[in-house]
Design a protein around this ligand. Structure first.
Ligand code: UDX
Length: 419
């Protein structure tokens, strides 16, 4: 927002995070963002605070961007943080302004929050709520924010919508489509987009179970169906499946919400999408057992723990899950990831955390690639082969060339391809 030309204050309840951000230090990995953070903390257009009292009377427009994680022991989204942020903000507002929700929420939340705002804001200040779902991908956050595919806004206050259009003046001027709709549709657009992406990945992964069985090649199959413009090749990469802070919890929350509305059968297919996805993780563990017979005490090198490359996020990471399963089955698991080591260590401290891919691989009896970082895609099978105890590799992301590895004497297994 500061890069788009606005004066921005970021609010968070965590003083440590705010301190770091104010000093120009980003608390997570996101390419291109540290530069923008430094540029605008220096230009003075971007400040940080823990004080709602500071921003309540100040801002023309407030964006709510707090998380909606999966509830513990339940598939539904935990709305505690959004509710708390909206209520606290509303109690500090002392002027006309607009609140814009960006968080991914169960359908119906925005209308409930509108009531909460109306009942909380003091005096006769006019405060409108719009819902403007966020579609950014980790690793591409800057690009997706400055040049989004589309902007979707739910709400019926024309003046508030015009103000939001001013905020997005630059992307709109360069042709970004703007879709204006009701609150419920806006909330559902986000849920539907993520459910579709998750389904597309599980669709190809279901076929990879078949190609594995009959001896086909899932990559060729994906390329061939992807050439049909109606299908498209993107998000048809078969492998260990989807993870992260969005797709898994969003498909579960959508199902939970739709069931709550009495439409029990409607989103039931998402249970299958989820199960296909989790089965791919089990398949990797199964392959490891097939190769090593007994995992007890065997040294396994796991390359990658982030849920995808160019991210340090390990939330619901397939890679970390597989590493943990192997450890729990008795293996001695050495992991390496270019960015996600600290986050992984916090979640699962018992793995061996190596300082490089070479260190993780040294003397290993099995190598498993689970996050397709560039440095793993370009590993040299001949050089790597010198340091391992046994030349066996599982390519959990279908990014390596089997012929090249096999020529160097490796046993090569992958998901959905004949070896
Ligand atoms: C996703 C949505 O893409 C984004 O629009 C939304 O705002 C937030 O959720 P993100 O979580 O950053 O973004 O990751 P994404 O790039 O969608 O990847 C999700 C997972 O799917 C990763 O674990 C990735 O490895 C996996 N994936 C992706 C596949 O397994 N195969 C593919 O073909 C594509």
């Amino acid at each position: 927002m500061a890069e788009l030309g606005f004066e921005v204050v970021g609010v968070d309840t965590d003083p440590k995070k705010i301190e770091q951000l104010a000093a120009g230090v980003l608390p997570f990995h996101e390419p291109g963002l540290p530069e923008l953070l430094r540029k605008h903390t220096t230009s003075g257009r971007l400040r940080f605070t823990t004080s709602y009292a500071e921003i309540g009377p100040w801002a023309d427009i407030h964006f709510i961007a707090v998380g909606t994680p999966q509830k513990a022991g339940d598939h539904a989204a935990d709305m505690t943080y959004v509710d708390m942020a909206v209520e606290t903000l509303a109690s500090h507002i002392s002027r006309d302004c607009v609140i814009v929700g960006k968080s991914t929420v169960p359908v119906g939340s925005a209308r409930r929050l509108s009531d909460l705002i109306r009942n909380t804001v003091a005096g006769d200040n006019t405060v409108s709520l719009l819902w403007n779902p966020e579609f950014l991908r980790e690793g591409f956050a800057v690009q997706d924010t400055l040049q989004p595919d589309r902007l979707v806004v739910g709400g019926d206050d024309a003046q508030a919508i015009d103000l939001l259009k001013e905020v997005y003046g630059l992307p709109l001027a360069s042709g970004t489509p703007f879709i204006s709709t009701d609150l419920e549709t806006a909330e559902l657009v986000k849920a539907a987009a993520n459910a579709f992406l998750a389904t597309k990945i599980s669709f190809i992964n279901a076929f990879s179970e078949v190609t594995e069985h009959v001896g086909g090649d899932i990559r060729v199959l994906a390329d061939a169906i992807g050439l049909d413009n109606r299908i498209g090749r993107r998000f048809l990469n078969a492998g260990v499946g989807f993870g992260g802070g969005c797709l898994p919890k969003d498909i579960r929350a959508l199902q939970a919400r739709v069931s709550e509305l009495g439409l029990d059968r409607t989103m039931r297919f998402l249970t299958e999408v989820d199960e296909i996805n989790l089965r791919r993780r089990d398949r990797v563990v199964h392959l490891a057992k097939e190769i090593l017979h007994d995992l007890q005490g065997r040294k396994i090198a796991v390359l990658g723990v982030a849920f995808k490359p160019n991210s340090d996020d390990v939330r619901d990471s397939p890679a970390l899950d597989v590493a943990a399963q192997l450890y729990n089955a008795g293996a001695d698991v050495s992991v390496f990831d270019p960015e996600a080591m600290n986050n992984a260590r916090l979640r699962f401290p018992r793995l061996t955390y190596s300082t490089s891919a070479a260190e993780a691989l040294k003397d290993s009896t099995l190598t498993i690639l689970l996050t397709e970082w560039e440095e793993f895609r370009t590993l040299d099978p001949s050089a790597v082969g010198e340091t391992v105890e046994s030349k066996s590799i599982i390519d959990g992301r279908n990014v390596l060339d089997p012929i090249r590895w096999q020529t160097e004497g490796w046993r090569f297994e992958s998901l959905g391809r004949k070896s």
